[in-house]
Design a binder for this molecule. Structure first.
Ligand SMILES: Cc1ncc(COP(=O)(O)O)c(C=O)c1O
Length: 395
């Protein structure tokens, strides 16, 4: 085939192989054990600092048991869409439990967090209406906005003056402000009090993605709304089950009429199979444990504080993280790949984040923490980062 071959770009794509040849390819590693603070990858032990298993529930015996019990009772698959045959009484039970937990009237469970952003955002903003998104919103939010017939503009990250500029600019349009609760790469928190003030002033609605904040922020782990004591100010709340809830799936919660509308029009809900019972069972148990074991959240936040201050003390450049996500800015993409490999070989499993996800020259090693990391594991992580940071001239 000649120039018109759509597959030509695949044959011309060399980046992954270039990294493989340098032994710097950091993706699709083969984990051979359950997800926890320590895993085995290709036969070698690694301490994990790249997981979103914040509360350490992904291998909690009660969560595993609940998942197996659900598979035994309901089988392995929903075998169809939520709309048709794929909804079990367990889906309803978990939706009610989640809505009560986050203080909303109702909730709907999608098959992934990504699907829930796609479906809700596509449904809620129509032709002639606007999304006003933070520049660092998650990719699934951007994908959801693109699926809608509405228009999207972005404001500078957590910059309330820029948000107001955009709101003023589109004063005559119906608008939805969309932000992450905790930003997935920066680890900082959306400024909900200021956002809410502006939303009232410009008469628009607020959508918060609580993917990283559920189970982590607030007195009871209910997320950003609880953290600021502003649950009512969030009109539509999204949360994924793939992080603190130790499963997979995504929730949208809000007023009954809003959820009912989304259930009738969200394409990513209607045209895909329901979340399998085993995953729903895991969420059910994880929600109970979050309520019963607050010490997990407390330990997680103490760990995050310790690691942030230790990294700063060692001389690493980081962000204004207020959460268990602590990115370390290391410089070029090349440095990030090299550092990833050195850490991996030293027994630390981290994630490099490179351009275009971050600006040129600001590549990061993203670290995140688990409530069940031991002090010994945390000290091991710091020791390796210090040694390798010095070898690379980063600190
Ligand atoms: C902020 C945010 N929103 C949504 C998602 C999508 O959730 P899931 O991975 O459960 O599909 C993610 C996942 O990485 C995320 O970080």
């Amino acid at each position: 085939m000649g120039k018109l071959d759509v597959l030509q770009k695949c044959f011309d794509f060399t980046r992954a192989n270039e990294l493989r040849n340098l032994n710097w390819y950091p993706y699709f590693n083969r984990v051979e054990t359950a997800q926890g603070p320590e895993v085995i990858v290709d036969g070698a032990k690694k301490i994990v600092v790249c997981s979103n298993n914040y509360l350490g529930l992904a291998n909690h015996p009660k969560v595993v048991e609940a998942s197996m019990a659900a598979a035994k009772k309901y089988g392995t698959s929903g075998t169809g869409s939520r709309l048709l045959n794929g909804t079990t009484d367990l889906h309803y039970k978990v939706e009610k439990k989640f809505a009560d937990f986050v203080g909303k009237e109702d909730a709907i469970l999608f098959t992934t967090g990504h699907h829930s952003n796609l479906g809700a955002l596509q449904s809620l903003v129509g032709k002639g209406e606007m999304f006003i998104c933070d520049k660092l919103d998650h990719a699934s939010i951007i994908d959801g906005c693109r699926l809608s017939f509405g228009e999207m503009v972005r404001f500078r990250h957590n910059d309330m003056d820029d948000l107001e500029r955009q709101l003023k600019r589109y004063e005559d349009k119906a608008k939805l402000i969309v932000v992450d609760g905790i930003f997935s790469m920066e680890g900082d928190i959306a400024k909900l009090p200021e956002i809410s003030k502006l939303a009232k002033k410009y008469e628009c609605r607020i959508f918060v993605d609580e993917a990283h904040s559920l189970g982590v922020l607030g007195e009871n782990g209910r997320g950003t709304g609880e953290y600021f004591n502003m649950t009512e100010d969030i009109d539509v709340l999204m949360a994924t089950a793939s992080k603190s809830l130790a499963s997979v799936g995504g929730f949208i919660a809000g007023k009954k009429e809003v959820i009912d509308y989304i259930k009738s029009v969200a394409r990513s809900l209607i045209f895909t199979a329901s979340l399998p019972p085993s995953s729903v069972g895991a969420i059910d148990a994880a929600l109970d444990i979050i309520k019963e074991e607050p010490q997990r959240r407390i330990r997680l936040l103490e760990t995050a504080q310790k690691m942030l201050s230790e990294f700063k003390r060692l001389g690493f450049k980081t962000t204004k993280s207020q959460s268990p996500i602590i990115p370390l800015i290391v410089g070029s993409d090349e440095t990030a790949f090299k550092m990833w490999r050195m850490l991996f070989d030293a027994g630390v499993f981290a994630s490099p984040v490179i351009t275009p996800a971050v600006p040129e020259g600001q590549a990061i090693i993203r670290t995140s923490y688990i409530a069940s990391h031991t002090d010994e594991q945390l000290n091991f992580i710091l020791e390796k980062f210090e040694k390798i940071g010095k070898e690379l001239g980063i600190i």
